[in-house]
Design a protein around this ligand. Sequence first.
Ligand SMILES: [Zn+2]
Length: 640
Amino acid sequence: MKRGGAPRAAQAGRGERASAAPVRYRVGPIDPDAHRFEVELAIARPDPHGQRVAMPAWAPGSYMIREFARNIVWIEASTASGRRVALRKLDKATWQAARCDEALHVRYQVYAWDLSVRAAHLDSTHGFFNGASLLLRAIGHEAQPCELQLDPPTGDAYADWRIATTMPSAGAREHAFGAYRARDYAELIDHPVEMGRFTLASFDVGGARHEIAITGRHDTDAGRLCRDLRRICREQIRLFDRGRGRAPFDRYVFQVLAVGSGYGGLEHRSSSSLICSRNELPHAGMREPSEGYRSFLGLASHEYFHSWNIKRIRPAAFVAADLQNENYTRLLWIFEGFTSYYDDLMLVRSGVVDRAAYLGLLAKTISNVQRGPGRRTQSVAESSFDAWIKFYRQDENAPNAIVSYYAKGSLVALALDLTIRERTRGRHSLDDVMRKLWERYGKSAFDGGGGLAEDAFPRLLEETVGLRLDGQIRAWAYGTAELPLASLLRPFGVGLALGAGDQGPVSIGARLAMRDGQLTIASAYNGQPAERAGLSAGDAIVAFDGLRVGDEAACKALLARRRPGDRLKVHAFRRDELIERELALEAPASTEAKLALDERPTAATTRLLDGWLGTGAGRRAQDRISRTAPAAPGPARTRA
Ligand SMILES: [Zn+2]
């Protein structure tokens, strides 16, 4: 997809009319039980030298080569009049049609049985597709408008199926099968489509209608969900457009798939696809958000924030993205990390969760980062660059070698935000930097605007808030220095303490998991007791000091009676060979964060804290919760 360049048709001298001819797609859930979509792509004026078509290798927002072409079951081409046109496969994802001087039709079937937000899924209960995994790109015609005809599955059993998508209608009635349109290929694949019998709820905010389409069995309190999401969306809209409070779209859809267990989301320009456990959705009578519901709201908030930060404010490297190959940027710590910072922050600022709950969520993120020794090896800038081969393809060595540009990136955002607020005495914050990014790069994104260059961020920050933080950015994002969070939080009246948490008195320095019914080392941390004793990921633990260790509970019970410095004899199977090792137990590392608010804050700390976490609905909600539910502290209240 080369949005920046002139369309090839215009270069070939065919003039305006030719370049404006729409590329037409027809998608039908042809056989739900066999999980097959059939797609037809019609190109009015194919390349006279032989039209090429290609299936993207990855989906924007998910940085891994996924080879969607492998799900094409068969493909053929013909002219409009039905004459067969030969198709030659050029590489794993590209086909070239024989020369053809009339409209070219390419027909193919796609196997759709990937229950994720990234690809396509079809059965007799629903259908979903992310265009990048289903719709071939007509090479050279990417800038032309597209039309998409959505056909319903045949049979009375599907008579009540509807459509949930933000793709603009080209004649289809609301939520109905029919004709839709997009201004170019990039937009076509940025409006995922859900079809089936979903629950539909809606609310208005920021001049835009927001819909929630919930697929799958669930008993959601849709009114509660709408109220909470509306507050979160309003907070985000006001962050970016303080004056008018307008959303950057007219319509937004949260496509939610409720399953037994699952978690994930993918952002699009005016919608997001979410998978969650049905137990995470709010039920009638729920008062304070459950841990699961908070996590769902955090996910929805995250994907919604991307409407600005990455869908419109983009890294320059993604502006004319190459969908067949990896696209490299060192800036995912800004686009994913800052989004991860604001996702939970928006929950407290909007008053959907109270301050104690927010600090509990923040403590969890700090602990996650602290547990990974990989933060001393890899910077978040390197992690961004290598997302394609490392963060998205984690193996047993990942904790030693990788840092998450999401989790640590969100803490870099926190550190920058607190620094700016403290040094400018609350006059400026990271919010101002986000607004500057929006003004400069976001507003014009779909009208040929560029993206954030790899080295432009420190200057933009300085220009916005009048502080030069190059050294901090270099150390925190491009280096592996520990973030000085405790000293940065102190002026805000928040104490940070790191301790052993509930890890027990000793550690073997490994993460254990049940695999095939056996307690197995999932990861052995570099330089820690298990690795030093010669134990490895994949070793199945049999016994400690001659006593069988069948599961994690037994392991914990045996280690609960030991002290740092004790020796422990370990029997384990490596493949089918029994090995014996002796390790020296150590005290667990201080990785578990606890955050607590000062009991007697000064006026200055209160001012800074209110500026950071908000004073409006957030404070009111906190007061309301402490008045109405004093006897039932949730887990987050105790964690904070
Ligand atoms: Zn994200």
